[in-house]
Structure formats: C-alpha cells, structure tokens
Design a protein around this ligand. Structure first.
Ligand code: PGA
Length: 254
C-alpha cells in the first residue's frame, strides 16, 4: 500500500492572516479525519514558521514552493533549504512549471536544487509534465522521461526515497481543463516504469505519484481511484477550505 497524499500549492496567494486562518481550518478538519491521508500545505515562505507551530493533527505537514540552489551567502532575496528546514517545514516543491517557464529554471538547476534540499533533510515534491504542443505532437512520454532522468541524475536510491513525484501536464494547470483519469493513469504508469529502470521495482512500487492540474472536488475521486494515482497537488482549489477538504475526503474507500 502506498501513502495517499493531498498537497496544496498556494502559489503567491494569501497574506499572513488569511494563510494562518486557512491552515488552522485544514488542521481542524484533519484532526477529525481518520482516513490515513497525509496533507502537505505548500505555502509562501512567510507562512511556514507560523503554521508549523499551529498544526495539531497527526497527518499534516508544511512545505515550501521553491528553494535556492546555493547553501548560503550573498544571494539577495533567496531562501535556502537550510532556512526552510529551520521553520519546521518538511517538504519543498521543486520543478513546478511556473518556475521552469517564468524563472527559466532548467533541468541542471533543478538537479542542484533537489540535491541541496535532500542534503538539508527536506523531502522533495518534484513536478514534471509536458506543455500542450508536446502533448499534441505525441511527445509527452519522452518529455517527462527526460525531465525525470535529468532531475535525478546522481541521486542515490536512499535519497530518492525522499522524493514524491507530481505529474502536472502544463496545459491543465489553472486552465480548468483536467487530464482525463485515463490520461493521468497512463502517464503515472509510465513514470513508474521510468523509476523502475532507475531505482528498481521495489522502489517504483513505493514511489508516490501525485496528479496536478485543475484537480477539484468534482474530479478528484475519479482521478484518485486510478491505480497509479496516489493523490494530488492542488493549486486553485487548495485556497478554498471547503474544496480542499472535499478533495481530501475523496479518497474515502480507496
Ligand atoms: P491548479 O494548479 O490546481 O490551479 O491547476 C496546480 C499546480 O500548479 O500545482
């Protein structure tokens, strides 16, 4: 049995007060939730140190959405993995398509960020996924395979155990267009086969693979019911308490 995870990616939303109130509400919900689902709130940096002290539920964790590829020093405006860890956060998202496209983060840089995050005892939620033109040209398997191989180059099996993968087709992010459950399942199955080649069958069976891209209460149950879909990375719907809690509940029965 793989872990079931619902992660919220707040992106650049929520001031401190709004964020604390949302985190408290999700924590209250999680205190009563006995389904075994783990929840990770990936908030802006400014919330992390606060929300980790207010969590009371067992299965709720905090994560950042990015970290520097450098250890420390004269890098004005950057936040290091060590600083994130010191807030009590346990996770960091690396490789989100918005970072790749708006901040020109390439595979080599992402590999450096993954290594530095792991070296600082953070767990990584690594995002991969093709853009629309790559989907239309039928290149999506090659694109995702290359993203994974480059990101994890030089990463040992014992380090890889601290990685969660999020498949996020870029054409589905924030667009309202979701991948069908069949499209998600076939890609997740494929990703598992890529991991098997790199790290062996036992590890590929254990690796958590989340789906992200316009996941909402009306489609989460169907997506999460797929064999190789172990949960979701939720953007827009993670900002609304009701929607996010409904998505967490949609695992019931799996
Ligand atoms: P979305 O974003 O749920 O708003 O499509 C998902 C993500 O970018 O992680």
């Amino acid at each position: 049995m793989r872990r079931k995870i619902v992660a919220g990616n707040w992106k650049m939303n929520m001031n401190l007060q709004e964020g604390l109130s949302l985190a408290k509400a999700v924590d209250n919900f999680m205190q009563k939730n006995e389904s075994g689902v783990e929840v990770i709130l990936c908030t802006p940096f400014i919330h992390l140190a606060h929300i980790t002290t207010l969590f009371k539920a067992d299965n709720i964790y905090a994560g950042a959405q990015n970290c520097s590829n450098m250890d420390s020093g004269a890098y004005t405006g950057e936040i290091s993995a060590k600083m994130i860890k010191s807030t009590g956060a346990q996770y960091v998202i690396i490789g989100h398509s918005e970072r790749r496209s708006y901040y020109n983060e390439n595979d080599e840089l992402l590999n450096e960020k993954i290594i530095i995050a792991l070296n600082n005892d953070l767990k990584v939620i690594f995002c991969c996924g093709e853009v629309l033109s790559e989907r239309e040209k039928g290149e999506y398997y090659e694109v995702v395979k290359a993203q994974i191989e480059k990101a994890f180059s030089g990463i040992s099996l014992s380090d890889f155990r601290n990685i969660i993968i999020a498949y996020e087709p870029v054409w589905a992010i924030g667009t309202g267009v979701t991948a069908s459950s069949a499209q998600a399942q076939e890609m997740h199955f494929f990703i598992r086969s890529v991991i098997e080649k790199m790290y062996g069958k036992e590890q590929s069976d254990k690796t958590v693979i989340l789906y992200g891209g316009s996941c909402k209460p009306s489609n989460s149950s169907e997506l999460f019911s797929m064999n190789d879909v172990d949960g979701g990375l939720i953007g827009g719907a993670s900002l609304k308490e009701d929607d996010f809690c409904k998505i967490i509940e949609s695992f019931k029965g799996k």
